[in-house]
Write a protein that binds this ligand. Sequence first.
Ligand code: NZQ
Ligand code: ZN
Length: 411
Amino acid sequence: MIFSHLGYTLQYENRKEKGSIMRDFKFHVNTAILFGEDQAHAFAKEIKKLGNRALVVFGGGSVKRNGIYDTITSALKEEGVEWIDHGGIEPNPHIESVVAGVEKVKAENIDVILPIGGGSTIDAAKLIAAASVTGGDPWDIVIRKNKVTGALPIATVLTLAATGSEMDIASVITNPATKEKIGWRSPMVLPKVSLLNPAYTKTVSPYQTASGTADIMSHTMENYFSVNDDAFMQDSFAEGLLRTCVHYGPIAVKNGDDMEARSNLMWASSWAINGLLNTGKTQAWSVHPMEHELSAFFDITHGVGLAILTPRWLRHLLNEETAPKIARFGHHVFDISKKDTMEMAEEAIDRLHYFFLSMNIPMTLEEVGITEDSLEPMAKACADHVGGTIKGFVDLHEEDILAIYKASFRN
Ligand code: NZQ
Ligand code: ZN
């Protein structure tokens, strides 16, 4: 396919040999979304249909300080749902917090899991839900030693627009003892219902807002930059999501109370990762496995790690073959128009880098406290975790991963 307008031509057919036909797929996302400012009671009614005793999972206390916890638990009370607290979930959630949660589920006869928080809280809740029914050591589910055989129902209250965990089947758990951060997935932990109230994200700090925006963009780009360029509709959706982030991310960073920005970012977070964008595509994600090592070794903020790596990743793989897709991205997301495809692609990568910088994201690994001597062990660990090679937009071996880490270390 040749896509041509505004004076430049993107030649898609040059990647045909890798298979450009949309693959067979099943798309089924059975999460009820309750979106808006006046949905807490409707949400509590949905919970009542799922169970009578909830484990309310939350993080370091933001939901208590900003009143979200009180709003939700008052609504539970009115519906006659009892609850037990399970607070203290860490950003990059630790396996120990999951193990403690499973013990509470058993001791307290819990029948529904109710995370109130960001991706970390929801991800921990997913493993609590699965391990409570499946049994065994929860970490064995993460490392695929134990298959998920069931899960308690999950209902989420999202407080940070970023991961999309509110509408996906994934969860990422950290084991500090082994310095591992590993994603696992099961359709059984897809939330049954998620409450998306953009007003709940007003108290998210500018740093976490910028990081969340970068995470949404990364999910979108992981799906967008693929060997299959004929998924034209999905890619056009992706460009719309990326434009949404580029437009509203800086607004929300500057003014946390801007509800138009908060609403758009919140809804974008769910659609970036709920499966729509990668329907018909088959390739693995590239930047996420590389970032997971940064968080595992140094406990850094996920979205910040992605923002640092992504422009360097694109720069590393830029060549005649990949340039047309990167140029298309530059045109549709940053309104770049040039005659030369390679120049357009280069400018697109620069614009992406400066966009993240404009939201005050520290754009080097050094600035977030990563040490130079850790780059090699992290590259090795990443290659080990992906079975040797990341089979993404362009295949990445250990030496490529190390080169991308090195390019990201300092400007
Ligand atoms: O812990 P509390 O006190 O709640 O504070 C949190 C935390 O410090 C704070 N926060 C959340 N909502 C807030 C708020 N502060 C003020 N007001 C609010 N309304 O923000 C901090 C970060 O929270 P966290 O949940 O860690 O952030 P995020 O949503 O970015 O989640 C990151 C985790 O999700 C994983 C990441 O790897 C990381 O572990 N991911 C999960 C995915 C999935 N399930 O599909 C996919 C992603 O790619 C990602 O890997
Ligand atoms: Zn992510």
